[in-house]
Design a protein around this ligand. Structure first.
Ligand code: CAA
Length: 389
């Protein structure tokens, strides 16, 4: 039985900051961002947009051709959750009017937990192949203003339907994983911005890749030449280049320099203009690959590397399914990206500095473009969400 991704869609903020605007404000050469980091634009959520509204928007699209009655679980992966106790997925479940007999919970391990959700969903479907599981990965990547991570912010949600009818990609059973207790990127409960040791985080990412790859090779018996394309966790797109070169070197394939660029290039397009979306970023990369690759990927093996600081790494693989192109939401995704509003530097500061009140009072938020769902206000410490249409 094949189990994998039947449907995949994403959503991001309708507002973005071009990094040339940020470069001007920080008196930095724009090529440091455009070329050195490989990022061009970053999605910035307005007041009233959070991981719940972005997830509901992404999931609504992913569920378009799916029988709601078959959804038996909603696994919600995030690093920027809105509550220490209640799972964000419960709000999403209500907004989408999913079945009552549904397992809903939240997963956390920095940027890795979307993959934890995917693998758990695959196991759940192995037990009940007639059901489907909705996995949502959503995050707002937020660093200190004017800090080194600032240009690698972003926001987005990816929703995936996992089932025994994997119309896009079948996930193979073998996986290699690696865990180590390190402090490369973290966010204490009392902070709104992540803390990061940037250069160290890159080194740990590469170490986790090597360790996960070795484990994957041990359990699968496969080698580098068994793969056609690779998707990496993308905190910024140049990271994929660093990761792939590391893997190529590790596997003794340095002579294939030109070929190796094409092995990951198509996976970068969306992330380059959305920015980091933590848990969602690897799967945004997959959407980008499937929706940009000029050639037919049917039957090809894709390698995935998922990384969550702290740290947890996993290398796994999947096979692209026949007729996958008929099940993509390419046009919707391109429309979302093309219809965005560019922010001025001052708008960016205003959105960044908007703080949700914590006094327990009755607060309404200004209305911005947030798709079909909106965080209308907060009353008695309870977030109030609305479906607009
Ligand atoms: N033209 C072209 N390139 C330029 C340039 C210019 N004018 N100026 C600088 N560059 C190049 C540099 O040479 C450098 O290239 P290399 O990486 O090839 O050396 C690149 O631009 C970046 O320059 P710096 O190293 O000087 O940049 P920095 O120190 O200011 O910050 C960063 C880079 C550490 C990635 C920082 O953005 C950061 O801290 N980001 C957040 C942490 C992060 O994303 N870590 C990734 C691994 S952790 C993870 O994956 C989890 C997660 O999602 C956070």
């Amino acid at each position: 039985m094949n189990i994998g991704i039947e449907s995949l869609s994403f959503y991001t903020s309708r507002y973005y900051l071009d990094l040339k605007t940020l470069a001007r404000a920080r008196t930095v050469d724009v090529d440091k961002y455009y070329l050195g980091i490989g990022q061009e634009k970053m999605a910035i959520p307005p007041p009233g947009e959070d991981v719940i509204t972005m997830s509901a928007n992404a999931a609504c699209q992913a569920l378009k051709k799916i029988d709601y009655g078959k959804i038996a679980g909603l696994l919600f992966a995030t690093e920027s959750g809105i509550d220490q106790s209640k799972a964000g997925g419960i709000y999403v479940h209500r907004l989408l009017e999913l079945p009552k007999n549904c397992r809903v919970f939240e997963l956390k391990q920095a940027c890795y937990s979307g993959t934890a959700g995917l693998q758990l969903a695959v196991a759940m479907i192995a037990r009940h192949p007639e059901k489907k599981i909705l996995v949502v990965a959503a995050d707002v990547a937020r660093y200190a203003m004017a800090g080194s991570g600032e240009a690698t912010q972003g926001a987005g949600a990816v929703a995936m339907i996992i089932s025994a009818e994997p119309k896009l990609i079948a996930i193979e059973p073998e996986a290699g994983y690696y865990v180590e207790d390190v402090m490369d990127f973290w966010r204490p409960n009392y902070l709104q911005e992540a803390l990061v040791d940037g250069k160290y985080s890159i080194r740990v990412y590469l170490k986790a890749l090597a360790e996960s790859w070795h484990h994957y090779c041990q359990v699968s018996g496969r080698t580098f030449s068994d793969f056609y394309r690779f998707c990496y966790h993308l905190p910024f797109t140049r990271m994929a280049e660093k990761a792939h070169h590391h893997l190529v070197k590790l596997t003794g394939n340095e002579s294939l320099a030109e070929l190796t660029l094409t092995q990951f290039r198509d996976s970068l397009s969306y992330n380059r203009i959305i920015g980091n979306s933590y848990t969602a970023s690897l799967y945004l990369g997959l959407a980008s690959l499937l929706e940009h690759a000029a050639e037919d990927l049917t039957g090809k093996r894709i390698g995935f590397f998922s990384y969550g600081s702290g740290c947890m790494g996993e290398f796994f693989s999947g096979i692209v399914q026949q007729d996958y192109k008929n099940y993509l939401f390419t046009e919707t995704h391109r429309n979302i990206l093309n219809d965005r509003t560019e922010l001025t530097y001052q708008d960016y500061e205003n959105f960044y500095n908007f703080v949700y009140p914590t006094d327990g009072g009755d607060h309404k938020f200004p209305e911005y473009e947030t798709g079909m769902f909106r965080l209308v206000g907060i009353k008695e410490h309870k977030r109030i969400y609305e479906r607009k249409v």
